[in-house]
Ligand binder design. Structure first.
Ligand code: IPD
Ligand code: CA
Ligand code: CA
Length: 303
């Protein structure tokens, strides 16, 4: 590497708090745009506040946003931390956060979509499966995404056209083609949260008949990240918000996966529905869900 670019690399490494020896990581971080590295820094900072709060979870102030829909001081603290960090670098960008709502920016093209703590119920139970999720929307399309689980220090990132990474290792969706070998995750609506229990029961019954395993992990952003890295073969859920979907949907796409709403269309944000997987799994899961939907309609119609 020529002298000046070596000096430049050194400066960049220091800017991101890294040592010169992290060559592989250096190469990958250099791949990331400046704005993605800012989003990573914001996720790491919020991750530190969450890890601290996790240790104090029994003392955390908790309130209800609706039936079984908890929000804690940790959610709010993490959101403030993310917003502060992003505003330092991009003060003109808009911001949509789960806890603080929407804040317009002078720059109408760019908006951050943030879930400061996805998996709040897990967090409250000390279950180390939760994440900070930050998506960057440009002119209505998600162009960058970060999902960070501070409990196991797993950082999932993607930029449009640049692929998806887990801790700087390129990730791809699983190649499995056989449903009988597939492990699939889903949301599970329960009292007061989620729309139609009858539809869910039929969807789950259909999935149980076809897949090797069904999982309910309790953090939509990590469900999408795990599809992107091939741990899960597919995932579906309803009643989700833009902050549950923004970063994770780009991870799946940049990892070679397919993602849509339950009608197979791209309205995942408008409908709050998601079906994700590789080509075969996405197609087959869609078919099963649509059949289950018809079955429910017929049963309701017969009453
Ligand atoms: C929730 C989680 C959960 C999903 C819910 C989401 P939150 O997010 O992602 O897995 O089933 O629909 O609201 O409230 O913990 O940020
Ligand atoms: Ca969420
Ligand atoms: Ca949340």
């Amino acid at each position: 590497m020529k002298q000046d670019s070596a000096a430049q690399a050194g400066q960049d490494l220091r800017r991101y708090g890294m040592k010169a020896s992290d060559s592989a990581t250096a190469k990958v971080t250099m791949l990331h745009s400046a704005i993605l590295n800012v989003m990573i820094k914001a996720a790491h900072r919020a991750g530190r506040t969450l890890k601290r709060d996790l240790g104090e979870v029994e003392h955390l102030q908790v309130s209800l946003k609706g039936p079984r829909n908890f929000v804690t001081a940790a959610d709010r603290r993490a959101e403030e931390t993310v917003r502060e960090e992003l505003a330092k670098a991009r003060p003109d960008y808009g911001f949509l956060g789960e806890e603080g709502g929407a804040h317009a920016g002078a720059d109408k093209t760019h908006r951050f979509i943030v879930d400061p703590l996805d998996g709040t119920t897990n967090f409250l139970h000390g279950i180390p499966h939760f994440a900070v999720s930050i998506g960057l929307e440009r002119a209505g399309a998600i162009v960058a995404g970060v999902v960070y689980n501070p409990a196991n220090d797993e950082l999932f990132v993607a930029e449009r056209g640049k692929g998806a990474f887990l801790n700087d290792r390129r990730i791809r969706v699983a190649a499995r083609q056989k449903l009988a070998e597939a492990v699939v995750a889903c949301g599970l609506p329960h009292y007061g949260r989620g729309s139609d229990l009858a539809v869910a029961r039929n969807e789950i019954a259909a999935a149980q008949q076809h897949f090797a395993g069904l999982r309910r992990y309790g953090a939509a952003t990590l469900d999408l990240a795990w599809v992107a890295c091939g741990r899960l073969d597919a995932y579906w859920e309803r009643d989700l918000s833009p902050w549950d979907l923004a970063a994770g949907s780009l991870l799946v796409r940049e990892a070679g996966g397919f993602i849509s709403d339950i009608d197979g269309k791209s309205d995942i944000f408008a409908k709050g529905e998601v079906v994700a997987g590789n080509d075969t799994m996405h197609r087959e899961l869609l078919r099963l869900l649509q059949e289950a939907g018809k079955k429910t309609e017929t049963a309701v119609g017969a009453r």
